[in-house]
Write a protein that binds this ligand. Structure first.
Ligand SMILES: Nc1c(NC[C@H](O)[C@H](O)[C@H](O)CO)[nH]c(=O)[nH]c1=O
Ligand SMILES: CC(=O)[C@@H](O)COP(=O)(O)O
Length: 139
């Protein structure tokens, strides 16, 4: 059994609840435990993962959040930079699944957050579990 940390940016609570439900269900199906911590926004997720990874208390990580386009360029920054920083951590060998939704509107996010539809939270958890498997395989 491995211990996963779900790092969520709680910008849209109802969507995060669905994403986390999907992620937890996938992790439990894999026989793993999980904890959840909350950060202010998607831009803070990579830093929180880096800090938690340094603690040595977690085997893998699932990033959960929702970024919905507004009126300004900020969407590109939040969506792009959170993904870029998470990818950088992955390249450092930290098992992470990215479940941060980046959508044009809430309707798109709802379909992707819902575990009975596109279940992107569960998908991110599956990715994190697979990356941990690979880390162990290559160790
Ligand atoms: N607009 C969204 C944000 N913005 C906040 C940033 O992520 C960050 O917390 C802030 O710039 C302070 O550093 N975050 C989301 O997760 N989702 C959004 O739609
Ligand atoms: C993704 C965002 O940052 C967005 O929620 C912010 O909206 P706006 O660009 O209208 O300030």
């Amino acid at each position: 059994m491995a211990n996963f940390l779900i790092v969520e940016a709680r910008f849209y609570s109802h969507l995060n609840d669905m994403l986390i439900a999907g992620a937890k269900a996938a992790l439990e199906s894999g026989g793993h435990s999980s904890e959840v911590v909350t950060v202010p926004g998607a831009l803070e997720i990579p830093g929180a993962i880096a800090m938690a990874a340094e603690s040595g208390r977690y085997d893998g990580f699932v990033a959960i959040g929702v970024v919905i386009r507004g009126e300004t360029y900020h969407f590109e920054i939040v969506a792009g930079e959170s993904a870029r920083a998470i990818m950088a951590l992955t390249m450092d060998g930290i098992p992470i699944g990215n479940g941060i939704l980046t959508t044009e509107n809430e309707a798109q996010a709802l379909v992707r957050a819902d575990p009975t539809q596109k279940n992107k939270g569960g998908e991110a958890a599956q990715a994190a579990m697979r990356m941990l498997e690979l880390q162990n395989q290559f160790a």
